[in-house]
Write a protein that binds this ligand. Structure first.
Ligand code: ATP
Ligand code: MG
Length: 393
């Protein structure tokens, strides 16, 4: 057992955040501690440049696996903490080397503490001399088997040769809260993930149209959110009863405009709920040109009914790239389960790809949509999805 084994957590883009940096680090430390709360043998050192987690080898892979998904972490290095003294540094560098397996090495030294002597070049020279003398390893600066980093910081020195890439982005909770339109398809869970990675907490809104849509859709949403709970521990899901509005649209409006009008209704409701829930933006999985309702003209006509910020993280993504992310974040297998959504069930044969607002408004005036919207909002149900609860509908 090594009692100087630590994980060194490197911060992502929060390095650029100047005076907010303290808050960012505080939030990241809180998120990390919360995600690792089941491990009671970890000790944390939250410093200005890194967070250090004292760990023992038995749980290191499990802990890294969790850290990899926490937004705001650029990289995790497995380090030995040393005294700021050359012999202790050398002893710990030797722990990184396997004289049987490794053929070549390279040394890199960073001296954050400029008062420390000797200088980086001399540190490298002294350590390299020891390695060359005591092992069979040779230097290779281009493609070494062991790329060894030595960092001299104020509180201690650290040596390491293994780093794991983190999720990047900002710590969850530093960028406010957004309302994600969650459909159960492939796109919207990916859009949700991208927001969380940016540090934005999410709540989700779903438009349900029973009996046209089946209860299975709701179970699918629970499962999707359970997957996303890996990134946000508790996620609120607001389920809006949408059947009456859909029926009214199909009784009063031409089929070719139905999707445009339906989506305008969804946006109106989303904005009202956004205000109730104190969210700052609406998020959805729209991608330019993917379907008739996602041409720029359609988006413009649909967007005109509200003034809130609408973020479309996938606007410029190809479907294959969205699918790749959904596989990576493990929502894909749930998303492809075959349940119909209210959008797909009513898809007209010839939807307008360039619906103008002036064409749509007269159709909307044919029925009292505002009272239907008010009723739908009043009957919206809210549930909290977290890993430790079983949801029932
Ligand atoms: P797919 O992944 O197959 O494209 P989708 O859910 O993205 O499915 P679209 O018709 O492309 O389906 O819808 C665009 C966006 O509108 C969705 O990404 C989602 O954000 C939102 N949306 C669609 N239907 C619903 C719904 N029933 N409830 C909430 N949001 C919805
Ligand atoms: Mg889509």
């Amino acid at each position: 057992m090594q009692d100087n084994l630590y994980l060194m957590v490197h911060f992502g883009e929060l390095n650029t955040k100047g005076k907010n940096k303290k808050d960012f680090i505080h939030q990241l430390a809180k998120n990390i501690k919360n995600s690792l709360k089941d491990f009671n043998n970890l000790y944390y050192d939250v410093l200005h440049d890194h967070i250090y987690i004292k760990i023992d080898e038995t749980c290191i892979n499990e802990v890294i696996d969790i850290l990899k998904d926490i937004s705001g972490i650029k990289k995790i290095s497995i380090v030995y903490k040393c005294q700021k003294e050359i012999n202790d540094i050398i002893n710990n560098v030797f722990k990184l080397i396997d004289d049987e397996k490794d053929k070549t090495f390279k040394l890199n030294c960073k001296r954050a503490d400029k008062t420390f002597l000797p200088h980086s070049d001399e540190i490298i020279h002294q350590i390299a001399t020891k390695i060359l003398k005591n092992t069979k390893l040779k230097v290779d600066v281009h493609n070494p088997d062991k790329n060894i980093h030595i960092e001299i910081r104020y509180e201690a020195a650290y040596v390491y040769c293994k780093s794991i890439l983190g999720a990047g982005g900002y710590p969850l909770g530093v960028s406010g809260k957004a309302l994600v339109m969650l459909s159960g398809g492939i796109d919207s869970p990916v859009a949700a993930y991208m927001m969380m990675k940016r540090g934005v907490k999410i709540e989700c809104i779903h438009f349900a149209s029973p009996p046209y849509t089946q209860i299975g859709v709701i179970y699918k949403l629970y499962d999707l959110l359970h997957v996303l709970n890996r990134y946000q521990e508790k996620i609120n899901l607001l389920i809006v009863p949408f059947t009456k509005i859909q029926d009214a649209i199909y009784s009063n409006c031409p089929e070719s405009y139905a999707i445009t009008i339906m989506r305008r209704m969804m946006y109106r409701i989303s904005e009202a709920i956004l205000k109730q829930r104190k969210c700052l933006a609406i998020v959805n999985g729209e991608s330019i040109g993917q379907v008739a309702s996602q041409t720029l003209v359609s988006m413009d006509t649909i967007n005109k009914v509200i003034s809130s910020v609408v973020i479309r993280p996938l606007a410029c993504f190809d479907k294959v790239d969205i699918i790749d992310i959904s596989k990576k974040i493990k929502t894909y297998d749930v998303s492809i389960r075959p349940y119909e959504d209210c959008c797909t069930i009513f898809t007209p044969k010839n939807p307008k790809t360039s619906p103008k607002e002036e064409d749509v408004v007269p159709f909307e005036k044919r029925f009292d949509y505002q009272s239907l919207i008010d009723e739908a909002i009043k009957n919206t149900k809210i549930e909290t999805i977290s890993l430790d609860n079983e949801n029932e509908f």
